[in-house]
Design a protein around this ligand. Structure first.
Ligand code: IPE
Ligand code: IPE
Ligand code: MG
Length: 235
């Protein structure tokens, strides 16, 4: 496979369609979520091959708490299982794990596992894997404003750079490309601030089927885009 010339430095993915993937096979939704985890492994490998440096994945939104309790429990179990089973391999592959969102609502044990995984991998530099779990773009802005006020920041010092710093993604560059699997054409509260000038790609392919070829299509689409950032086209 020829490697694409232009690759997003920071790829953000709304991993959607697990439930419909399972339904199409007559399986329970949880089977779709498990298949989604399997696929994440493939996508991580492909990120390395394509040379993507930051992957942000939307795994659980602040609104997803409203799903049936059994499904919520299943998704929390999956997070725990991924840490238990995949952490060693991720660390061996030089993946730096980060979390965006709130840890509130997770059990004490799960919170500790997440923090330990972040600590263990903090010096890795092959790929930053930024997991959005219990994440909401609005919630992110609320917590940023609260902390800015709590820190006593004078109003005149508040600018875009300062707000960036107070977001969960503080210190990371904005995503270049947001990919949504499962066909919807909306952000569903994902990276509202950071995605201002990201390119957007939506594919009907469900997340468990989003393989390396599908990823290549998204990256090639990105390569054809002219990013203008509000300016006029380059001559
Ligand atoms: C995405 O798949 C995973 C989460 C939102 C946690 P869905 O569970 O939303 O799958 P669909 O959209 O119902 O197919
Ligand atoms: C977005 O998917 C959240 C995640 C992928 C974690 P949803 O399935 O929750 O979004 P809506 O309900 O289609 O907007
Ligand atoms: Mg969905």
């Amino acid at each position: 496979m020829n490697l694409p010339e232009k690759v997003p430095y920071h790829l953000a993915v709304i991993m959607d369609g697990n439930g419909r993937w399972a339904k199409a096979r007559g399986l329970p939704r949880q089977a779709g979520h498990r298949a989604g985890v399997e696929n994440l492994r493939r996508v991580l490998r492909a990120c390395g091959e394509f040379g993507i440096k930051i992957l942000t994945i939307y795994a659980f939104s602040t609104e997803n708490w409203g799903r049936p309790a059994a499904e919520v429990r299943g998704l929390l179990n999956i997070l725990e299982m991924v840490i238990d089973r995949e952490l060693k391999q991720l660390n061996d592959n030089g993946v730096q794990l980060r979390h965006i969102g709130e840890l509130d609502g997770l059990s004490d044990m799960l919170q500790r596992k997440v923090c330990d995984a972040i600590e263990l991998t903090r010096n890795n530099d092959q790929l930053i894997l930024n997991v959005a779990f219990n994440y909401g773009g609005r919630q992110e802005l609320v917590q940023a404003i609260r902390r800015i006020i709590a820190d006593g920041v004078p109003p005149d010092d508040i600018d875009e750079t300062l707000i960036d710093y107070y977001l969960y993604t503080g210190g990371l560059p904005d995503p270049d490309l947001v990919v949504r699997t499962g066909g919807e054409m909306r952000l569903s509260n994902f990276l509202l601030w950071q995605a201002s000038y990201a390119e957007y790609y939506s594919t009907p392919t469900y997340w468990p089927d989003f393989d390396k070829d599908e990823m290549l299509k998204a990256i090639e689409y990105f390569g054809r885009r002219e990013r203008r950032f509000g300016l006029v086209p380059q001559p």
